[in-house]
Design a protein around this ligand. Sequence first.
Ligand code: S3P
Length: 448
Amino acid sequence: MSGHGEAQPMTARKSGPLSGTAAVPGDKSISHRALIFGAMAVGETKITGLLEGQDVLDTAKAMRAFGAEVTRHGLGDWSVHGVGVGGFREPADVIDCGNSGTGVRLIMGTMATTAMTATFTGDASLRKRPMGRVTDPLSLFGTRAYGRQGGRLPMTVVGAANPVPVRYALPVASAQVKSAVLLAGLNAPGETVVIEREPTRDHSERMLLGFGAELHVEKGTEGHIITLKGRPELRPQSVAVPRDPSSAAFPVCAALIVEGSDILVPGVSQNLTRNGLYITLVEMGARIDFQNPREEGGEPVADLRVRFSDQMQGIEVPPERAPSMIDEYPILSVVAAFASGKTVMKGVKELRVKESDRIDAMARGLEACGVRIEEDEDTLIVYGMGAGGMPGGATAATHLDHRIARSFLGAGLAAQKPVSVDDASPILTSFPIFEGLMQTLGATLERG
Ligand code: S3P
């Protein structure tokens, strides 16, 4: 769990050129799924490159509580002895998913169509986030859920003893909701259908196919129609987790704004449902070379050579790109502050229900650093101050949000005066080696 210890302030100071190789850890989305799908397969799934961030560790613990045998053999090297679809046992205690929306929502889906009751909770951030977006579609299977006002955790979920398959059109572009419904559909007879208007990250679909589920995706006028046949026997797999493109975003963006930088970030996913930030940066004039394109762990990847870019221009980011870069808006708004002209981010209201209200957290922190911001419910506009132009000299509140913490530390590496964050501890939820890795590249990050 995160957010239960003491706050750990951290400060970033203007740094010399960043150089070297930034090998970021495994993908968070794929790591959660490797553990969960492994737990639903019959036999032993082997995982390499698993992200050992707290979010994923909490999911590993939850899978044990539901009866799977989860073993760590070495760094990133894990195995899961699964119990089969519908084979979960009722957990003896409350499931604490810490800071992780992905963890809790996917696990709720996984147990929703098995006759058992489980109670979920999380840290102060997760207990504020809406769960109705998952429990509403799960109720169509026959699942019941009892939470706090507004569908908040703690929440008790009563799995459907006789689930029926569902057809559900996603009202929000959310891979977590899509995945929760597909996971529930695994233990329902017949075909479960999920329709998404805008494509969101497709790791669940890719991995379900890999684990032997019968699933197909059609493109229709309503969007993507995903059909899953219930009650398959999932076959255990060897999963090689590729590096996390959302973690790679931090060294990449830091190198773009720190004068003289030239770094290599290997194995960054170019999956079209994840690479929106990289498209946007190139449109802004970022100097990024995409080298050595290949497949790794079933994902298209490239090595990124990233150089300081003092000619970046603000742009309007198309709203339809939001699902493929949803976690990257905080760090993009930092890059935008070092570009010339304004960057307009529209269609981003989902940012308000992440680990924190990310529009508000970025707007307040950037304003404190001397940047002009405009916002409304669904929009964030950053007025760029050009390379080296951000005054800095402020402390940003991170609100238990790992991406907000890393974004402001990134800003501090290039701002005129240091930038601090009130609490860097949430960084451990998704990128435990961030501090050391950035220091190796030449970043000045100090505790306190
Ligand atoms: C995730 C989906 C996204 C993303 C989160 C990981 C996933 O959330 O923000 O960090 O692994 O499915 P939403 O599905 O709520 O947009």
